[in-house]
Design a protein around this ligand. Structure first.
Ligand SMILES: [Zn+2]
Length: 513
């Protein structure tokens, strides 16, 4: 007898439909075979399914059992097939009818006692079920929180296999339904605020420009000058995630085991933008993603948010090289023997490093004896294609004792965030016919078109290129940053002051290039 249950497996951050076919051949010796490219995690489901069925009091067919996962050309991993396989066996045992389950998508890992454990990628699977117009999805109750955003769809969560059987046999009208906080909540609140930082007004201003235009930013400064504090507050002034962005980000986090356990379910409904700050000892795989069953790396966990690399000069060169693809294409492709998988990776890169080999270059108290040659060698540790991707260069000096004890002045994160939001809206209107959403993403052709300079701005910029030794590469970056500064002031025409400020935010060009 053959039964069929619809299920799903993950490919990158998306789910693809898989049909679980269960065939029972009576009159043969008891055996169990799983075919259709199952990885070891899928083959192990045999023991869990047998124990769960028996421990819940259902009879287990002692015949030759063949499980086929179709289509057969896709590799299947994970534990989500336990429940569909068990249901298929129960259909063969005439406990549940095929007709009842045919239009549903079913996923879930079984414990030996029949209870259901959370699976990875529940959000992607629910999205797929909705798209493919299944009647609904059955999944473990513990996955319900992460699918809350899709609560208008028919989502049923179960604690154990008995509940699922009772649902399909009409003994139960409803399983558990998604519950959580409303998704249309006001802007998220943060425990951090730019007002916590005394002084550093020019750095806060640069952070606001970075947030407004999506520009990558490099800070150079003495250790302990507050570079990390400045970086970790960047998400507090970025606009809250849109519904679509929340879905994308949650999909990434819901297939990443370490973030699932670290944050429990708290990340899942958040409209906060992610902030990731990997240590400089991170590996290529850790940053880009990978392993035999591809997982998102830090570049994807920072998608729609901020990736902060402190001590940039300490990262291994080959590790930093993996940033090139995501910084160019806003996604990362991981090629493995089985297949290539692409994860989204669009983030603002904020990096920090010492200003010179000894670290005392901007120190008012200590003397720095580093020569121009030392400086050049130091910055050469970072490959120039990467260094060239920073639109903003910001020197950070330690705040003097007097300033530390004055009451906080200047904008707080809320006021800064309002200005950023306003500037972002201007950009979205201007870019609505393009695939881009902020100034930093503009390709060269559009940059010239959308960032025209007035004659006096043009003159200023050409003088800077001649006398200060700016490279031609810096030219477009200055145009885009000028555009963002004008957007922050809610002005359509870029003026000379905007260009001057953008030039002032390129101080490394004089040292490195
Ligand atoms: Zn020095």
């Amino acid at each position: 007898m053959l039964s069929k249950v619809n299920s799903a497996t993950l490919h990158g951050i998306d789910a693809i439909p898989i049909e679980v076919q269960v065939d029972i051949a009576k009159g043969s010796l008891p055996s169990w075979q799983t075919v259709g490219l199952p990885e070891s995690s899928v083959r192990e489901s045999r023991d869990r399914v047998i124990a769960a069925i028996k421990n819940c009091g259902y009879s287990f067919p002692r015949y030759r059992i063949t499980i086929n996962l179709a289509p057969a050309n896709i590799k299947k991993a994970g534990t989500a097939f336990d429940l569909p396989i068990a249901l298929g066996l129960l259909v063969s045992g005439e406990i549940v009818t095929q007709e009842k389950i045919s239009s549903w998508l079913v996923v879930g890992e079984l414990s030996l006692d029949g209870s259901l454990k959370p699976i990875e990628g529940a959000l992607a699977m629910t999205l797929m079920a909705q798209e493919k117009k299944y009647k609904g999805i059955i999944l473990p109750q513990s996955n319900l929180r992460e699918v809350y955003l899709l609560r208008d769809y028919n989502i049923q969560g179960a604690h154990n296999i008995v509940e699922v059987v009772e649902y399909f046999t009409g003994h139960r009208l409803e399983l558990c339904l998604p519950s959580g906080e409303p998704s249309e909540e006001p802007p998220p609140s943060y425990p951090l605020d730019y007002q916590d930082i005394r002084g550093q007004d020019h750095a806060k201003r640069a952070m606001m420009i970075a947030a407004a235009g999506g520009h990558n930013l490099l800070m150079t400064g003495t250790p302990g000058a507050g570079k990390s504090m400045l970086a970790e507050r960047l998400p507090t002034i970025l606009p809250p995630l849109s519904f679509q962005e929340t879905l994308e980000t949650t999909k990434i986090y819901s297939i990443t085991p370490q973030t699932r356990t670290q944050n429990k379910n708290n990340f899942l409904l958040s409209r906060r933008r992610p902030f990731r700050a990997p240590h400089h000892t991170i590996s290529e795989v850790g940053l880009a993603g990978g392993r035999s069953h591809p997982r998102p790396g830090e570049v994807s966990l920072a998608h729609n948010g901020v990736l902060f690399l402190d001590e940039l000069a300490e990262f291994k060169r080959n590790v930093l090289e993996v940033l090139r693809q995501p910084m160019e294409n806003r996604e990362v492709t991981i090629v493995r023997s089985q297949a290539a998988v692409t994860f989204p990776a669009s983030f603002i890169l904020v990096a920090a490093m010492n200003p010179c080999p000894c670290g005392r270059r901007y120190s008012p108290k200590e003397e720095c004896y580093c020569t121009p040659g030392d400086l050049q060698r130091y910055f050469k540790k970072i490959s120039s294609p990467l260094l060239d991707r920073f639109d903003l260069h910001v020197p950070i000096t330690a705040v003097s004792y007097d300033k530390l004890h004055t009451p906080p002045l200047g904008d707080n994160s809320y006021t800064m965030g309002e200005k950023v939001l306003c500037a972002r809206k201007r950009q979205l209107t201007r870019l609505k016919e393009t695939p881009y959403s902020c100034n930093a993403q503009l390709p060269p052709r559009l940059t010239r078109e959308m960032c025209p300079l007035p004659p006096e701005g043009e003159a200023l910029l050409s003088r800077a290129i001649d006398s200060l030794g700016f490279s031609a590469r810096a030219y477009d970056r200055i145009l885009r940053v000028s555009r963002t500064i004008a957007d922050l002031e809610n002005i359509e025409k870029i003026n000379k002051e905007h260009v001057a400020e953008a030039i002032a935010l390129r101080h490394l060009d004089k040292i490195v290039f």
